[in-house]
Structures are given as structure tokens and as C-alpha cells.
Design a binder for this molecule. Structure first.
Ligand SMILES: CC(C)(COP(=O)(O)OP(=O)(O)OC[C@H]1O[C@@H](n2cnc3c(N)ncnc32)[C@H](O)[C@@H]1OP(=O)(O)O)[C@@H](O)C(=O)NCCC(=O)NCCS
Length: 144
């Protein structure tokens, strides 16, 4: 089940961050982010356990996907698609005309996921990421 994240989920989301990213967000920044009015935090819960989450922002007709992540042991089962489908629904509800994101060039799996939802590669930011160093690919889904 995909549902809105609540403050009680912060610990589990922080655990997912640490399991998935070399630059995980701190517990405090997740807690503060949850209070940002323009951001939507969604969790994917199964058997009372949070297995994945995503966070995106929608303002004035434009969206940005910041993070989407699944615990490693639950990947490859179509769970990220459930979160992406909710992102698509929210875009329609809020009449968003384009969504963009940044992704590591080396992250072929995420780039595949985004392509399958209509995102196209727009440009590259050289050496944008550290730890480890990587280029960023900017992808956009032009909905209209
Ligand atoms: C990217 C990520 C969220 C995908 O989650 P997932 O639940 O395994 O994805 P799904 O099973 O729903 O698969 C969705 C699509 O992703 C792509 N994909 C998933 N696993 C893949 C693999 N091993 N190889 C290539 N493409 C893959 C495919 O396009 C797939 O669609 P398909 O099954 O129709 O081919 C997950 O790998 C993850 O958490 N990675 C670490 C965090 C991260 O890098 N997030 C993105 C940047 S914020």
C-alpha cells in the first residue's frame, strides 16, 4: 500500500536512506523535510513494514522528484512502479505540466525506471556528485 508518510515513519525512512545512498539524508533533515508544505512524502508499506519511499515537490505547474528508494531486499518486484504511479496521479491532480529530476549517470536502473515513465534525458552536469564522483543526468517528463 502506498500512503502519505507520517512522523512515525521517519526512523524507517532514515534506515532506507542509509541502505540506499552514499550521501544519506540525516534523521533531522527528513523530519524537517516532512513539514515542508510543497513536498509530498509517500511510503510503500507492506505487512506493517515500510519498504520504500519517495519524495517530490510540485509548485506552479512544475514537479521535481527528489528521491525514490526501495530497500535492497525488496527490489525487482515492481514496488518502485507503485510509487511512480502515485507520482503520475498527483501530477494529474495538480495539473503539473512537467516533472524533472537529477540522477547519477552510473545509475542505469533508476534511469531505466524513469525512461519507462516517459522521462527523457535533457542534459548532463559534469562531476555534479561526490562520494563517489559522478555526472548528473537531468531528465524531464513533459506532460503537455
Ligand atoms: C531505482 C529503484 C527505486 C527501483 O526499484 P524497484 O522496486 O527495484 O523497481 P521495480 O521492480 O518497480 O522496476 C521498475 C523498473 O525499473 C527498472 N529496473 C528495475 N530493476 C532493474 C534492473 N535490475 N536492471 C535494469 N532495470 C531495472 C526497469 O525499467 C523496471 O521496469 P520493468 O520491470 O518493466 O522492466 C531501486 O533500484 C533503488 O531503490 N535504488 C537505490 C536508490 C536509487 O538509486 N534511487 C534513484 C535515485 S533517487
Amino acid at each position: 500500500m502506498v500512503r502519505e508518510m507520517s512522523p512515525e515513519d521517519v526512523l524507517q525512512v532514515s534506515h532506507i536512506e542509509r541502505a540506499c545512498f552514499s550521501d544519506p539524508w540525516s534523521l533531522e533533515s527528513i523530519r524537517e523535510g516532512l513539514e515542508t508544505p510543497f513536498d509530498t512524502w509517500l511510503v510503500l508499506e507492506d505487512n506493517e513494514m515500510v519498504k520504500g519511499y519517495c519524495v517530490f515537490r510540485m509548485i506552479a505547474g512544475e514537479g521535481e522528484l527528489f528521491r525514490i528508494a526501495l530497500l535492497p531486499e525488496y527490489r525487482g518486484r515492481g514496488l518502485a512502479k507503485k510509487l511512480m504511479e502515485r507520482l503520475a496521479e498527483c501530477s494529474k491532480e495538480k495539473a503539473v505540466t512537467s516533472i524533472f529530476l537529477e540522477v547519477r549517470e552510473s545509475n542505469k536502473i533508476a534511469r531505466n525506471l524513469y525512461r519507462s515513465y516517459g522521462f527523457k534525458e535533457e542534459c548532463i552536469r559534469k562531476n555534479y556528485y561526490q562520494n563517489p564522483s559522478d555526472n548528473a543526468v537531468i531528465m524531464r517528463n513533459q506532460l503537455i
